[in-house]
Ligand binder design. Structure first.
Ligand code: NAP
Ligand code: MN
Length: 267
């Protein structure tokens, strides 16, 4: 089995990285940053998001696991004091995996140029630095509303506890193949109207955003931000691909939600 390790870069994470690398190499596992079967991240959820985007072109071959060093650890749910146990589990391959749905984002330019396609583990947000965003929102090919406001956030089920949660979106179990659209400060008055509630779409529905004015947009996919000018449309849907997390012990989603947001009483 081949593995790679991504560290957040602080001393504690780097020390853990060296320790895992040494132990796993002693167990005859190969370190391979290009084609790992298992990507181990050490830091926090941000580090795991980075690992995900590093290997998003080979999600059928690379599984993920994360150790948190003083960060929230929603995805990165192993603690440094469990390291020995985790190393032994990894060395005892093969491992089980759990699969979570992802978001696919396609951005078409106004000219005849090629579209850009991305996968997101948490969410895509569409904002602007030029006033408010104004776009027509189509759901499953039908006009739904004209949105004016700070922006929209389209999240995956496992990303529903991240940015989406701060916007008043619901927390969705990852067994529900869906995406959630949450508003960021929509303008609502006699003239302008949006639904005002988060929407949850099933896997066979798409959401298409068509900008009305030529503005430049700030489009984020997880921790990555891109600036786009001359956008014709942005499409969001549940991706065909899934992310695979290596699972060495049961840690159910609702327990993870409880420990991250209510109280951590794992002792
Ligand atoms: P960050 O600013 O460090 O992330 C914000 C917080 O979100 C961190 O505590 C992070 O955990 C946590 N987080 C990430 N994914 C999560 C998930 N699926 N469920 C629960 N918490 C989660 O930036 P980052 O670490 O690069 O992460 C990027 C993410 O930040 C974006 O995908 C977006 O979801 C989130 N974000 C949130 C807001 C907001 O809530 N207002 C604004 C912008 C971005 P760690 O400390 O373990 O990294
Ligand atoms: Mn972070």
């Amino acid at each position: 089995m081949k593995f790679s390790i991504l560290s957040k870069g602080d001393k504690k994470s780097n020390d853990i990285r060296s320790k895992i690398k040494n132990y796993l190499t002693e167990f005859d596992l190969d370190y391979d940053e290009d084609e790992p079967d298992l990507s181990i991240s050490v830091g926090g959820d941000g580090t795991l998001l980075e690992a995900f985007h590093t290997y998003s072109h080979r999600l059928d071959k690379t599984a993920f696991i994360g150790i948190h060093t003083g960060h929230l650890g929603f995805y990165a749910d192993w603690m440094p004091d469990e390291l020995e146990k985790l190393i032994i589990e990894i060395a005892r391959t093969p491992f089980q995996v759990v699969e979570y749905p992802l978001l696919e984002v396609t951005i078409w330019p106004q000219d005849e140029g090629e579209e850009d396609r991305y996968l997101a583990l948490n969410e895509c947000t569409i904002k602007t630095s030029e006033g408010s965003v104004v776009f027509d929102v189509e759901i499953k090919g039908e006009h739904f509303e004209t949105f004016r406001g700070d922006g929209l956030c389209v999240s995956t089920p496992s990303g529903s506890t991240a940015y989406n949660k701060a916007l008043g979106g619901a927390i969705i179990h990852p067994s529900l193949e869906s995406i959630q659209i949450a508003e960021m400060a929509s303008i609502n008055n006699r003239v302008f109207r949006t639904i005002g509630s988060p929407l949850i779409l099933p896997s066979h529905h798409t959401c298409l955003l068509k900008p009305i004015y030529d503005r430049s947009f700030l489009i984020t996919m997880d921790h990555i931000t891109r600036t786009y000018k001359d956008v014709k449309s942005i499409q969001c849907q549940v991706a065909q691909q899934k992310v695979r997390f290596a699972r060495f012990r049961p840690f159910p989603f609702w327990k993870r939600v409880h420990d991250s947001f209510v109280a951590d009483d794992r002792e």
